[in-house]
Design a protein around this ligand. Sequence first.
Ligand code: ZN
Length: 147
Amino acid sequence: MVTKRDDGIADPHQDLRNSGLKITLPRLKVLDIFRNSEQRHLAAEDVYRILITEHSEFGLATVYRVLAQFEQTGLLKKSQLGNNKAVYELNDGEEHHGHLVSTSTGEVREFYDLGIEERLKVIVRELGYELTDYDITAYGTPLVDKR
Ligand SMILES: [Zn+2]
């Protein structure tokens, strides 16, 4: 999980050390992008595109590898949204949330609804299980065209 320093300023070096990963330039860069992006959810291609605008020389294969390492070590969370859209976000201990994907722009929004979680607990219990995790992705078209 990523941490904040006492002064509230992010320390990517510390995060990498805590995760047991060696500090390398691609890892620092990718972590930096997630820290500073206005978009919380980023696909591998988004990260790659940002790296290009920053004139970084890493290939898409490197981006995929770093993202996979970050997911394995818990720095990032990966969510599969639909068939071919996987997004990553910082694993900063925020509440379990669902994702809403705009079918017109691909924008990803988050939502949290205790009612859904409570309902799922009941459904799963009725099937003889205890809810340990869930994954909700909703799709919608914007009511107001923001393009
Ligand atoms: Zn999310």
